[in-house]
Ligand binder design. Structure first.
Ligand SMILES: *[C@@H]1O[C@H](CO)[C@@H](O)[C@H](O)[C@H]1NC(C)=O
Ligand SMILES: *[C@@H]1O[C@H](CO)[C@@H](O)[C@H](O)[C@H]1NC(C)=O
Length: 312
């Protein structure tokens, strides 16, 4: 009797202290993940917004389907879509993280995700590169990024004391963790970073995220991988999707360990999305939303992306 009341007490305590990371009981094996579109720099008719296809293939490779999240939609439309998808990925790119359609949509989904997760409605959020930078801005509500010399370089990760026990990396094979720490497997294509110093100097960031890796450009040390302590919010300043799916630049790594990095990262996030029980209200609505309604263009001859989905 006292045993069972102790159990109740512990369960309750756990609910309070880390409200939103459940141990995972129910699972949705048909996750559908939103990938956020962004402005095309020089729009042409029918091509105002885009998603690089590598993000789509990345998620599909680990057993998810993808829905494009269009920019410039109303808050009501985003709220409706939020209830239908199992997670969202904010991709890299060059849209403004302060004033673009990308920035606006990311802000809405981030807020909806925090609200939902606080109520036990699991909804993972991932930011890659620009998406990572947007997460830093959303969480800190401050402009903390610094210029770094990191546009086009593959780097090994410098792990922190929290890496091996993190949700993100704990199930990675030991040999891959050794490779990640010693070989240049993570591709960086960014001009802005959050330095470890700026990150640690900001109370909101420090409280919200655990740093899982850092890197340096030779001058400045910056944060390269994070996971939120109490929310399924994740970010990498580097590009896990490029290793397996982009071939346009010589510095993109394609070694066996580099390809495994792509798949283990995708596997992690898709499994996070399987903990969300969101779904479309009808099969027809789901079918109409899927990215299968669009075809990517081959752009590798002129772009850094092999294939791009363009949207009106
Ligand atoms: C989104 O809206 C902005 C203005 O709010 C506009 O400049 C831009 O062209 C729009 N983009 C698309 C893809 O509709
Ligand atoms: C930037 O980094 C590259 C290596 O990635 C190096 O070759 C180059 O000299 C660096 N530039 C500056 C200005 O530090």
């Amino acid at each position: 009797m006292s045993g069972s009341s102790l159990l109740c007490f512990c369960v309750l305590l756990q609910c309070v202290s880390s409200a939103v990371i459940p141990t995972g009981v129910r699972r949705n094996d048909s996750p559908i993940i939103g990938v956020l579109a962004q402005e095309v720099k020089t729009p042409t008719p029918g091509k105002n917004a885009y998603i690089a296809a590598s993000y789509v293939k990345y998620l599909e490779s680990a057993g998810a389907r993808v829905v494009p999240v269009m920019i410039n939609k109303s808050e009501e439309e985003y709220t409706q879509l939020f209830k239908s998808i199992s997670g969202i990925l904010f991709p890299g790119g060059s849209a403004s993280i302060e004033s673009s359609g990308y920035a606006k949509a990311a802000g809405i989904f981030y807020r909806l995700a925090l609200e939902a997760n606080s109520k036990g409605d699991y909804f993972p959020v991932w930011g890659t590169c620009l998406g990572f930078e947007k997460l830093m801005l959303l969480t800190s509500e401050k402009k903390l990024l610094s210029r770094t010399n990191t546009s086009g370089v593959a780097l090994p990760l410098s792990f922190t004391s929290g890496t091996l026990t993190s949700r993100m990396f704990k199930d990675f094979p030991a040999h891959l963790m050794t490779s990640l720490a010693n070989e240049p497997l993570t591709e960086n294509s960014h001009k802005w970073s959050i330095t470890t110093k700026s990150f640690k100097g900001n109370e909101k960031l420090k409280k919200f995220y655990r740093i899982l890796s850092t890197n340096t450009d030779g001058q400045k040390e910056f944060v390269s991988t994070v996971e939120a302590y109490d929310y399924p919010v994740y970010g990498t300043q580097w590009h896990p999707e490029k290793n397996a799916f982009e071939w346009t630049r010589p510095y993109i790594p394609h070694t066996p360990s580099a390809i495994k990095t792509t798949f283990y990262m995708a596997d992690f996030f898709v499994n996070e999305a399987k903990k969300s029980l969101h779904s479309f209200s009808s099969q027809e609505e789901e079918q109409n939303a899927l990215i299968y309604n669009y075809s990517p263009s081959y752009t590798g001859k002129t772009s850094i992306f092999e294939q791009i989905y363009y949207f009106e």
